[in-house]
Ligand binder design. Structure first.
Ligand SMILES: Cc1cn([C@H]2C[C@H](O)[C@@H](COP(=O)(O)OP(=O)(O)O[C@H]3O[C@H](C)C(=O)[C@H](O)[C@H]3O)O2)c(=O)[nH]c1=O
Length: 182
């Protein structure tokens, strides 16, 4: 795993060190020692998640307020445009967003630290996303911000299919109404 770039202070994009041979490929998708050295602090993950979606599905923008989750996200099939939004009120990049394409082809990973909302739009059918979380799921502590909130102004890729949201995300909060991190 190598650092490609950092954004919004603490969001990080990594590329994987892939070993290919005539059988296929191998790469370490997560190595605690390497990851902690690259982010510059110790991170402990408590939960692994796996979701599958059709093209046009948009999951997010989600965060847990009192038990905030850091997420290390990658795509093992298909591709997504993955977005982090800085919800740390004291941050110089408060309210700003960063987005990257993650795919089974590029094998890149994004680190979305606690303090950010996270979401992605799916670019291909049958896309599968794996991500590690630093805190357990706490549904009563979870918030959803509208993906197209104008105050954030995320430049989502144009898709030739309809955006499919869960009911929770359809009824998400505006950025202005959402609770922030200190
Ligand atoms: C997140 C989560 C969900 N669930 C159950 C709850 C529901 O019955 C079902 C689907 O949950 P939800 O619609 O919240 O799933 P997503 O819309 O993919 O939510 C995720 O989407 C964005 C991209 C995120 O960053 C979060 O990790 C997470 O909020 O899985 C669990 O049992 N454990 C969990 O950790």
């Amino acid at each position: 795993m190598k650092l490609v770039e950092k954004a919004l202070g603490d969001v990080a994009l990594f590329e994987s060190t892939v070993f290919g041979d005539d059988r296929g490929f191998f790469f370490e998708s997560y190595n605690e020692k390497v990851f902690n050295e690259l982010v510059g602090y110790k991170v402990t993950f408590k939960q692994d998640n796996h979701s599958k979606s059709q093209k046009g599905v948009l999951r997010g923008l989600h965060y847990q307020l009192n038990s905030p989750q850091g997420k290390l996200v990658r795509v093992i099939k298909g591709s997504v445009f993955d977005v982090a939004v800085d919800l740390r009120r004291c941050s110089s990049t408060f309210g700003q967003w960063y987005g990257v394409t993650l795919s089974s082809e590029n094998k890149n990973l994004i680190w979305v630290p606690p303090g950010f909302a996270h979401g992605f739009v799916v670019l291909e059918d049958e896309t599968e996303v794996l991500y590690k979380a630093t805190e357990f799921y706490a549904p009563k502590d979870e918030y959803s911000i509208l993906y197209n909130d104008q105050d954030i102004g995320i430049n989502w890729p144009k898709l030739d299919s309809e955006i499919l949201l869960s009911a929770k995300d359809t009824n998400g909060l505006t950025f202005a109404a959402a609770p922030y991190f200190k």
